[in-house]
Write a protein that binds this ligand. Structure first.
Ligand code: MN
Length: 317
């Protein structure tokens, strides 16, 4: 692939790198950033990893996680910037990035192609799957730590290999990562099966908010600031809870309304099949993939809920 060669040549030409990804980091953005940072270490480059938001608890065990600098502004200078899964620079939540020559690597449908080099592959299950190919092009050795980080990227972005983005290529890469030292059982234990009690208490409350439309094809969940306070949870403890609504027989699409503050909601959307929830998200200024998307909405809860549900209902009727 030409773009892979161009990115590899770009990396070989530069010395000081900054890697960043979207605000509200997830397993793909963090795992891929850390694996890429280690690859650049191997090539003798200087690398900083910056994220606007703190590392969610479930990813604290990722090898090299301590190198993530949490900051919403970059003042130092670098030769190059590598941006992972962001449709534009604003999505990083980090200021001061416009100064750098950027490589833009993403697997989302909509991308502004803001980079000097842009590698967008919506068929990739995770940016981790893409970066694995880049490692081949760069000729770096995949250490067990890099393999584990990329495996976390694949595992979490595919919903443990459940989602429709899971392909033969995903399993091929996952297989190579296991051969290189990623331990699937141990990673599942530390990332997925290591929840604090507070998260389960939060899950109980979120699940008790579950509702359905009259067709049974649309389901929704909600989370309030009060639920977080009462259970001693943080907002990132709700990651993945949206999928419970989609797991119900007959449900085609679902929404998860997360109150960020009074009259302000972050809405996650999921679908099972051909229903494209990214269209709904884009209508409200958000984005994502066909089966997983999100946006933010302002207003009283009932109003926000009804606006979204109207759209979701027409998607399944
Ligand atoms: Mn991703």
């Amino acid at each position: 692939m030409k773009i892979l060669r161009e990115i590899a040549e770009f990396i070989h030409r530069k010395d000081r790198f900054l890697i960043t990804s979207h605000a509200g980091p997830d397993g793909d953005s963090l795992g891929t950033a850390l694996a890429l940072a280690e690859a650049l270490d191997q090539l003798g480059k200087t690398v900083d990893v910056v994220n606007a938001d703190p590392v969610p608890r479930m990813y604290e065990s990722l090898p090299g996680i301590d190198r993530v600098i949490v900051s919403s502004e970059v003042k130092a200078s670098y030769d190059a910037l590598i941006v992972l899964e962001c449709c534009n620079l604003e999505r990083t939540g980090v200021e001061g990035l416009e100064r750098f020559a950027a490589v833009n690597i993403d697997h989302h449908l909509k991308n502004d192609e803001f980079g000097e080099l842009n590698w967008i592959d919506p068929k990739a299950a995770a940016v981790g799957e893409m970066i694995f190919l880049l490692f081949g092009e760069l000729g770096v050795r995949i250490t067990p730590e890099m393999a584990s980080n990329l495996y976390v990227a694949l595992l979490t972005d595919t919903g443990s290999f459940h989602f429709s983005n899971t392909t033969a290529e995903t399993f091929r890469v996952a297989g190579e990562l296991v051969s290189a030292g990623a331990d699937p059982a141990q990673i599942a234990q530390t990332v997925l099966m290591n929840q604090p009690e507070s998260r389960l208490r939060l899950l109980c409350r979120v699940l008790s908010s579950l509702e359905f439309d009259s067709s049974g094809r649309v389901a929704w969940l909600s989370l309030t600031q009060e639920m977080l306070e009462k259970t001693g949870s943080s907002a990132d403890d709700s990651e993945g809870m949206v999928n419970y609504a989609l797991s119900v027989e007959g449900v085609r699409v679902c929404a998860f309304f997360k109150q960020k503050r009074a009259q302000f909601y972050r809405v996650s959307l999921r679908s099972r099949g051909d229903e494209d929830v990214s269209e709904v998200a884009q209508h409200y200024g958000g984005g994502g993939h066909r089966n997983a998307a999100g946006m933010s909405l302002e207003g009283p809860f009932e109003e926000v809920r009804d606006r979204v549900l109207n759209r979701l209902t027409s998607l399944v009727s």
